[in-house]
Write a protein of this length. Structure first.
Length: 500
């Protein structure tokens, strides 16, 4: 992909409000100077240090110790102090005023695709993420035929170090589970990437049930999390065969080719495998209310089952497939009904859903609208990285989601599930200074412009309230003044085993 340093054309600002509702409790009003949680913050100090530093002053900080109006001292890559009235510790200190702004942990998107055949790479994907308040990305790494998991990791790590700006971790994909032995799983732990991706919708998965069970048992023994695409291969095949026999193969029939029954059947099987093997499972892009119910039941039984959903399912319904541009919205699984959409929002609020991830898999408009595509040959995936968090922040402004819950599902929970906590996913002393400053009053209209090579957004024309203004990744300002300022510096971060 071409490496461009051109300034992004941002969505147009349309209004600026003088007040914002931040979920239950109206956070900014409740944390006026007379209402601060003083017991949760440090007392002022006067460090004597020649080390360069950044002080983020006077923002509403959602920190590990609670939501509070306070300051953050950043030294090098780490948060050195969270407190009140912090004074510069050296002549090199820089102060960033965050008065009337929100200061949140950098977003962690644990599910992206930034390699061929999709049109974004580690550079363009990083830029889109940083401009949208995301500092860490979990990339799906697909080994080529004959390539080991370790070889693929080495290849992608080199690409991140060459082009990346965000920090990255990898889910190595078991394209053929029958070929993944215990040594392969041990390698994931040794390289600090203790997660593996399984696709239930493939014939290789269906024909390797014993090997899949063995793989998951080994994963449990070694603390490796199994990320699972839960769609049942037989159910999908039957649905597609029926539509094909009826001559209904164009993408207007796409939802019928991937019925909700396929997700439900796969979720049941995945939970059964979890129960038999004890492996921690992370079910990606869950789209239905029934899948949530099954997972909640499993959690009540003590099973380590975690759910991810994605923006399309939260913001759209299956009515979009009646539009002429329906192919733009093709994803796996499809967008579901209004009932499922509301069930997903309930799951976000009550904790049944752990994370929101983009499943960013960007194509150009022409690639998505190719008339040769059919239900048997779709191009699944959309461009989400730059607007996922602003769209969710809008829901905070509309009191559909509490601010602290926003932080949980976009940062903290992913850090805990994938072994990044406590050095990512929280604002706390000693954690990496992955910090995003938000203007909660900023209202913008999303346009097709952005850092993604896709060149368009399925949310173009949508008005949102709440926008990131400054992003720090490991203590470095990498996005400010509506521009990504860093050209490189991303790295692959090592992880530990799951901590939740």
């Amino acid at each position: 992909m071409p490496d461009t340093d051109e300034r992004m054309k941002l969505p147009q600002k349309t209004t600026r409000r003088t007040a914002i509702r931040l979920g239950a409790g109206a956070v900014l009003a409740a944390l006026s100077p007379g209402c601060r949680r003083d017991s949760a913050v440090s007392q002022p100090n006067h460090p004597d240090s020649s080390e360069s530093e950044i002080i983020i002053a006077g923002g509403t900080v959602v920190a590990e110790s609670g939501t509070q109006i306070c300051d953050i001292r950043v030294r090098g890559e780490r948060i050195a102090e969270v407190g009140r009235s912090l004074v510069p510790g050296s002549s090199k200190s820089q102060t960033i005023s965050a008065s009337d702004l929100l200061v949140l942990p950098g977003g962690i998107d644990p599910h992206v695709h930034l390699s061929k055949p999709w049109c974004d790479d580690f550079n363009s994907g990083s830029k889109a993420a940083l401009a949208g308040g995301i500092t860490t990305l979990g990339h799906m790494s697909f080994p080529a035929r004959g390539q080991s998991l370790l070889q693929k990791y080495t290849e992608d790590k080199a690409a991140v170090e060459e082009k990346g700006i965000c920090d990255f971790f990898f889910h190595l994909v078991a394209t053929d589970p029958a070929r993944i032995d215990q040594q392969s799983i041990q390698h994931l732990v040794s390289i600090g990437q203790p997660s593996i991706k399984l696709f239930m919708l493939t014939e290789q998965f269906e024909s390797a049930q014993m090997q899949v069970s063995d793989l998951m048992r080994t994963a449990r023994e070694l603390g490796v999390t199994c990320a699972i695409h839960a769609e049942d291969q037989v159910t999908l095949q039957r649905a597609a065969d029926r539509l094909t026999a009826e001559g209904r193969t164009s993408l207007e029939y796409y939802p019928g080719s991937r019925p909700v029954d396929a997700e439900i059947a796969a979720v049941r099987k995945a939970i059964a495998l979890c129960a038999v093997t004890g492996a921690s499972i992370y079910l990606v892009h869950i789209s239905s209310g029934e899948a949530i119910r099954l997972a909640k039941d499993a959690r009540r039984q003590g099973l380590p089952v975690f759910l991810e959903t994605r923006p399309m399912y939260l913001h759209l319904t299956d009515e979009i497939y009646e539009r002429e541009d329906a192919p733009l919205f093709v994803g796996m699984p499809p967008v579901r009904t209004q009932f499922d959409r509301e069930a997903l929002w309930d799951g976000l609020r009550n904790g049944a859903i752990s994370t929101v991830a983009t499943d960013h898999a960007a194509w150009t408009r022409d690639e998505k609208m190719d008339p040769a595509l059919t239900i048997n040959n779709p191009r699944g995936g959309v461009n989400n990285l730059q607007v996922m968090l602003p769209m969710l922040m809008h829901e905070v402004a509309q009191e559909r989601l509490e601010l602290e819950r926003f932080v949980d599902v976009t940062s903290t929970n992913a850090a805990k599930i994938f072994g990044l906590y406590p050095y990512k996913g929280v604002i706390a002393e000693g954690s990496y200074a992955d910090i995003v400053i938000w203007d909660p009053e900023e209202t913008r209209t999303i346009t097709d412009e952005g850092y993604s090579n896709a060149g368009f957004s399925i949310y173009s024309g949508t008005s949102v309230q709440g926008w990131p203004v400054t992003t720090l990744r490991r203590g470095e300002v990498v996005f400010e003044n509506e521009e990504v300022t860093a050209r490189s510096g991303g790295k692959v971060v090592a992880r530990t085993i799951r901590q939740t």
